[in-house]
Write a protein that binds this ligand. Sequence first.
Ligand SMILES: Nc1ncnc2c1ncn2[C@@H]1O[C@H](COP(=O)(O)OP(=O)(O)OP(=O)(O)O)[C@@H](O)[C@H]1O
Length: 237
Amino acid sequence: MANIVQFENVGLRYGTGPETLSDVSFTLTAGAFYFLTGASGAGKTSLLKLLYLAQRPSRGIIRLFGEDAVTLPRKRLPGFRRRIGVVFQDFRLVPHLSAYDNIALPLRVAGIPESDIEGPVREMLAWVGLAERANAKPPTLSGGEQQRIAIARAIIARPEILVADEPTGNVDPDMAERLLHLFGSLNRLGTTVVVATHDFHLLNRIPNAQMMRIDNGRLSDPTGSLRFPPRAPDDSE
Ligand SMILES: Nc1ncnc2c1ncn2[C@@H]1O[C@H](COP(=O)(O)OP(=O)(O)OP(=O)(O)O)[C@@H](O)[C@H]1O
């Protein structure tokens, strides 16, 4: 399997402050499932922002889909970003749009004709168990329901990578299990999944998940599998 993400000695500094991330090096294999753990303030969200191209590193190399993402021309950014679905910590749903229209947003932005949008949106609503709430606006939905709309929106355009920042932070344990089950199903369909979480109970729910741990802006890789991922026999890279 190919390397879909590669970080080499990446550092991130906000303004003139100290480095928030230092010497971060790892490789993600296409189709794998990763948990990113670490204490509050350790740098999880910052690392994810680099991954979904919302932030440029202060130093180091980031390769995404086999290309240098740091020097990527600005006009190619939207195309790259479309290949990465993001579930934000605070959902970021558009409050005055219905659940249906929130989920449809990425397809509309990509210029997909309206006639090709309804089928996939209805399918996503059913997949996250919210077919009956298509017309509801986010403020009238529970935290878990909003989270599922955010997940549906993140994956409707079939991204190659799904990044989720504390997706279970606002839901009860049953809902956390259900959300993780959705991520597991998506991963089995071939999507590379990266989930940042504080919730250690979740870590053994995905049997083959790999662990990334961040402490004070430094990534630890106890098994070495991030730096030297196992290669499949047919791996030609
Ligand atoms: N835009 C910013 N400007 C300046 N400092 C920032 C910015 N974003 C994050 N930081 C700082 O970087 C450090 C890491 O923050 P980050 O949000 O990446 O941690 P985290 O591990 O995701 O924390 P949490 O689990 O609480 O979400 C913190 O000290 C934070 O204050």
